[in-house]
Design a protein around this ligand. Structure first.
Ligand SMILES: C[S@@+](CC[C@H](N)C(=O)[O-])C[C@H]1O[C@@H](n2cnc3c(N)ncnc32)[C@H](O)[C@@H]1O
Ligand code: SF4
Length: 390
C-alpha cells in the first residue's frame, strides 16, 4: 500500500467517477444525487462522462479507480457496461491496485454484478445501512434486509471476492442490541470489509430539517459510544483491522482508494460535482447535472472552482485526513512533503488534545486514542481551524 513517504515522492493518482442517480433521496444524505429514472438522462450522463474522460484523462495509469455516487448499480446492465468501457478505454483496469464500485441492494442484481466483474470491478461495497425494517424506513432506504443479503450473494455469485458492507449506527431510537445484531449479521454474511459510520445530521438534508423542527434528534452520546466501542471490540475479535475510525478490514484488506484520500494523495474526480486534488491544487466540477453535462458535451471545462491551498492549509488538511488512520499521521513526513513547520503551528492544539486524552503524540506520530476516536471530526476540525484562523 502507498504510504506517506511514497506519496511525498509523488506516487500515483487515483480516479473517482461519480454516478449521480438514485432511486430515492435518503433523508440524511447530502451527496450530489438526483432521482431521475428516465433512461435518456442516463444516456446523456454517459455521453458527457465520456467527453469529460477524454478531455481530462490522458495516458496515465491510476493507482485505483472508484465508481461512486449516487448509485452506480442503478444503471441498466448495458449502461453499466458502457460506464466501465468509458473508463476501460483509457485505463488498464486490470493493472490498478483496486477497482471499487458502490452498489445499492434495490438495484444490484446478479446480471449487474457479472457486468461489473466483466468490466473490471474487483471490489464492491453494498450500501446496507441497517438490517432493521423500521430503521431502513426512517432512513428512506429503498430496500429491506433480505435485499441487502441478496445483493451480497449476487456479488459473490459473480466472482467478486472483495465485498464490503456499509452500515450506519446512531440512528435515532436505535438500541445497542439492534446495532450489535447488525454487526453480527454482516459478519455472518462473510463480509470482507466493513464501514460503520456514525449517522451525522448534515446541513441542508431532510434529516436536519426534521431535527430543527423537533421531529427527531441524535441519541445520547453514551449510546453512540457504546455502539462504537462494541464495534471495535467485536470486529477485533473477528480478526478485522480497525485501520480507520469508521473502516475495518477483513480478508479484503483496507479500501486502498479511500486510504489514498486519507494520505492526501492526488486524485482526479469526473462527473457532476466531483472534486480533484493535485499537489495542493483543488478543483471542483460544476455540481448541477445538466450544466455539467452541457459543458462536457460542448468540449468546455467542467470545472466550476479551483483553489491553490496555502501550505499551512495543506498541512492542516493532511492532519485532518491522516489522523483518521489508526496508525496515526506522520508529522515529519508532512513537514518534508509540504515544507511547513507543522510542529510550530500545530503543537499548541495537539497539546490541548493531549491534555484531554484525545490523542497520543511522540513528537512524530500523532494518533487518536480513546474518546478521540469517536470525536475524530471535531479533533480534525480543530487542526483545520488553526489554518483558517491564521
Ligand atoms: C454516499 S453513500 C453512496 C453509497 C450508496 N448510494 C448508498 O446509499 O449506500 C456512501 C456511504 O456514506 C454513508 N453516509 C452517507 N451519508 C451519511 C451520513 N449523513 N451519516 C453517516 N453516514 C453517511 C452511508 O453509509 C453510505 O453507504
Ligand atoms: S445514501 Fe446513497 S442512495 Fe441514498 S441518496 Fe445518498 S447516494 Fe443516494
Amino acid at each position: 500500500m502507498v504510504n506517506a513517504e511514497q506519496l511525498a515522492d509523488g506516487v500515483g493518482t487515483s480516479l473517482y467517477v461519480h454516478v449521480p442517480f438514485c432511486v430515492v433521496k435518503c433523508g440524511y444524505c447530502d451527496f450530489n444525487s438526483y432521482v431521475i429514472e428516465e433512461e435518456a438522462a442516463h444516456d446523456r450522463f454517459l455521453d458527457a462522462l465520456q467527453a469529460e474522460m477524454q478531455r481530462r484523462w490522458r495516458g496515465r495509469q491510476p493507482v485505483s479507480v472508484f465508481f461512486g455516487g449516487g448509485t452506480p448499480s442503478l444503471l441498466s446492465v448495458e449502461r453499466l457496461e458502457r460506464l466501465l468501457a468509458i473508463v476501460g478505454e483509457r485505463v488498464d483496469l486490470s493493472a490498478c491496485a483496486e477497482v471499487s464500485m458502490e452498489a445499492n441492494p434495490e438495484s444490484f442484481t446478479e446480471d449487474k454484478a457479472k457486468a461489473a466483474r466483466a468490466g473490471g470491478v474487483r471490489r464492491v461495497s453494498i450500501g446496507t445501512q441497517s438490517f432493521h425494517a423500521h430503521h431502513l424506513r426512517f432512513l428512506d432506504r429503498a430496500h429491506d434486509a433480505e435485499g441487502a443479503e441478496a445483493a451480497f450473494a449476487a456479488a459473490r455469485a459473480a466472482g467478486i471476492d472483495n465485498v464490503s458492507i456499509d452500515l450506519m449506527f446512531g440512528i435515532p431510537g436505535e438500541t445497542v442490541a439492534e446495532w450489535q445484531s447488525d454487526v453480527e449479521r454482516a459478519l455472518r454474511l462473510g463480509t470482507d470489509h466493513l464501514s460503520c459510520y456514525n449517522l451525522t445530521f448534515e446541513p441542508g438534508t431532510k434529516l436536519q430539517r426534521d431535527r430543527q423542527q423537533g421531529k427527531t434528534g441524535p441519541n445520547e452520546q453514551e449510546l453512540d459510544r457504546a455502539m462504537f466501542e462494541f464495534t471495535r471490540q467485536r470486529l477485533g475479535e473477528a480478526g478485522f483491522d480497525a485501520y480507520e475510525v469508521s473502516n475495518f478490514a477483513g480478508r479484503g484488506g483496507p479500501c486502498r482508494h479511500n486510504d489514498h484520500y486519507w494520505l492526501q494523495g492526488n486524485y482526479v474526480g469526473i462527473g457532476p460535482g466531483a472534486s480533484s486534488h493535485c499537489d495542493g491544487v483543488r478543483v471542483s466540477n460544476i455540481k448541477a447535472l445538466e450544466p455539467w453535462a452541457e459543458a462536457a458535451l460542448s468540449g468546455l471545462t467542467c470545472t466550476s472552482t479551483a483553489e491553490t491551498l496555502r501550505p499551512l492549509q495543506r498541512a492542516a488538511e493532511a492532519l485532518w485526513l491522516g489522523i483518521r488512520r489508526t496508525g496515526g499521521v506522520d508529522v515529519g513526513a508532512i513537514e518534508r512533503r509540504i515544507g511547513v513547520d507543522v510542529r510550530a503551528w500545530f503543537e499548541p492544539m495537539i497539546e490541548r488534545h493531549r491534555g484531554r486524552q484525545l490523542v497520543e503524540y511522540d513528537g512524530t506520530t500523532l494518533r487518536l486514542v480513546g474518546e478521540g476516536l469517536l470525536l475524530a471530526d471535531q479533533v480534525g476540525g480543530d487542526y483545520l481551524g488553526v489554518a483558517v484562523n491564521d
